[in-house]
Design a binder for this molecule. Structure first.
Ligand code: ES4
Ligand code: ZN
Length: 328
């Protein structure tokens, strides 16, 4: 209806989207065919029927299996261009995208092919569609600290194509301090730092505290558990920290009862909240407009609040002040 059109027309920015989580089933089949790989599904519909999760690990297993078709520079180009075209078609003007290079290095894909393909897509998409973007390298936190450092070392010669580093994948038993040395090295190279502090994981409040107080991250991905600590809420506000909340992902996966409206809670607490799509290809192919429409319904967002979310989003950009000002 009206609000759907309002959301579609609103200029938007997105900061929490895993490129490998935008890999649609249709593209998996196309890339598998191009790379001579056989997929264990008869067709797209059968593959999509297999996308059933009940928690983060069961999601991640399917997500990591799905990305095995990504092998060449062109594959990464096609993946990133498809996401950027989709985002541009939804009036997303600016996006900072995650990728998981450790997984690709494991399969023998050179870092230069991964970053090179994505970067070429960013340049072409900006030229053809006007969408601007940057790239955030995520450490796969449940892999070893050594493999994360190897990925960082392989990426640093290409750091001009990155804006920051992040922390994703399974949080249980993988606290942010496991990556203290990686974050320090990334920062010394001029990169920003963010981390997933997902809702409903173990020790999330401790992880938030470490990330904010000790590691001094520049942003928090998810972070809804912060509402349990007025002290950390106050600190996040004082630091002007931004939170990238993904209500679809949480609403789909989280099983804890009673369901808490984390987005509403964070907005009401006065935190700098932005909304993103996380892994749209695995969440019913719902990209940012649909995520926001669902969030509007679930959290009873007013138009002023929707505008506030996107104002926050443009303010959150890791861009030089002059380029950011163009959006505000
Ligand atoms: C992810 Cl921790 C997490 N949540 C959602 N999507 C992901 N992709 C990789 N890690
Ligand atoms: Zn995520």
């Amino acid at each position: 209806a009206d609000i759907t059109r309002f959301i579609a027309a609103m200029p938007k920015a997105e900061y929490h989207v895993h490129l490998e989580g935008t890999l649609e089933a249709e593209m998996k089949f196309a890339l598998a065919a191009r790379n001579g790989l056989k997929l264990p599904f008869a067709d797209v519909a059968a593959m999509k029927r297999s996308y059933i999760y009940h928690d983060l690990p069961s999601f991640l297993a399917i997500y990591y299996d799905g990305m095995k078709v990504l092998l060449t520079e062109q594959d990464f180009y096609d993946l990133a261009y498809a996401y950027l075209a989709k985002a541009a078609s939804q009036t997303v003007l600016y996006t900072e995208m995650f990728f998981d290079p450790q997984e690709h290095l494991k399969r023998g894909v050179p870092m230069a092919a991964v970053i090179g393909g994505i970067t070429r897509a960013r340049v072409d998409a900006e030229r053809a569609l006007g969408i601007q973007s940057q790239l955030i390298l995520c450490f796969v936190r449940d892999s070893s600290a050594e493999s994360a450092m190897a990925a960082l070392d392989a990426a640093l010669p290409l750091k001009q194509y990155l804006v920051g580093v992040g922390l994703d994948s399974d949080e249980k038993g993988n606290p942010p301090e496991k990556f203290a040395a990686h974050f320090a090295k990334a920062r010394a190279a001029g990169l920003k730092v963010t981390a997933h502090c997902d809702v409903d994981q173990d020790d999330t409040l401790a992880h938030l505290r470490t990330a904010i107080v000790d590691l001094k991250v520049d942003r928090i991905d998810h972070g809804g558990n912060i509402l349990q600590s007025p002290e950390l809420v106050a600190l996040a506000k004082q630091r002007n920290l931004y939170f990238t909340v993904c209500p679809t992902f949480s609403g789909t996966l989280r099983t804890s009862t009673p369901p808490v409206d984390v987005l509403r809670g964070m907005i009401d607490a006065g935190l700098n909240v932005t909304v993103s799509s996380d892994d749209p290809a695995y969440m019913g192919s719902e990209y940012l407009n649909t995520v926001l429409v669902r969030a509007q319904t679930r959290s009873a967002l007013t138009r002023a609040e929707l505008i506030g979310l996107e104002r926050n989003a443009f303010n959150a950009a890791w861009l030089p002040a002059n380029r950011k000002a163009a959006y505000l």
